[in-house]
Design a protein. Structure first.
Length: 147
């Protein structure tokens, strides 16, 4: 097993903050009220999760594109744009629908991560990081659907 490089691990964990903050402000009304007054309504609850989640899916498309440059042919490039397109076409229609679409999008991204990793285009440690981050993101987005 390859150890996840410290910068990748720390920045990956830091990237969870908006998802976790959004879940906390869904679960804790007093925290949501504070966040609304201190940060504005766009930076609490499902709003921050949907906006940030769409950005992260687009960012991860760029990461996959980078992996595709190590391969040959069109397939890696074609697959790499799917997370960004998914976010673009599915995050409208309200917070619950968008949150559910993001969960599906992050699970699909994990499948793409595995494909790139399996072909040797992603680093050996990649799936250890991506599985952990995806589980946490999925759970945080699920709070919106449960509460």
């Amino acid at each position: 097993m390859q150890t996840i490089p410290r910068p990748a691990l720390l920045l990956g964990l830091a990237g969870l903050i908006p998802f976790l903050w959004g879940a906390l402000t869904v679960a804790l009304p007093d925290l949501a009220a504070w966040g609304r007054s201190a940060l504005g309504p766009r930076f609490i609850g499902p709003y921050i999760q949907v906006f940030y989640g769409a950005i992260i899916l687009a960012f991860m498309s760029g990461v996959l594109w980078g992996f595709a440059t190590r391969g040959t042919g069109w397939s890696g490039y074609a697959l790499s744009v799917l997370p960004a397109l998914w976010a673009f076409f599915t995050t409208g229609g309200g917070a619950e629908r968008a949150g559910a679409a993001l969960i599906v999008g992050f699970l699909g991204l994990l499948a793409l991560d595995w494909q790139f990793w399996r072909k040797g285009l992603a680093p050996p440690w990649w799936m250890h990081l991506r599985v952990a981050l995806t589980v946490i993101v999925g759970l945080a987005l699920s709070v919106d659907l449960v509460l």
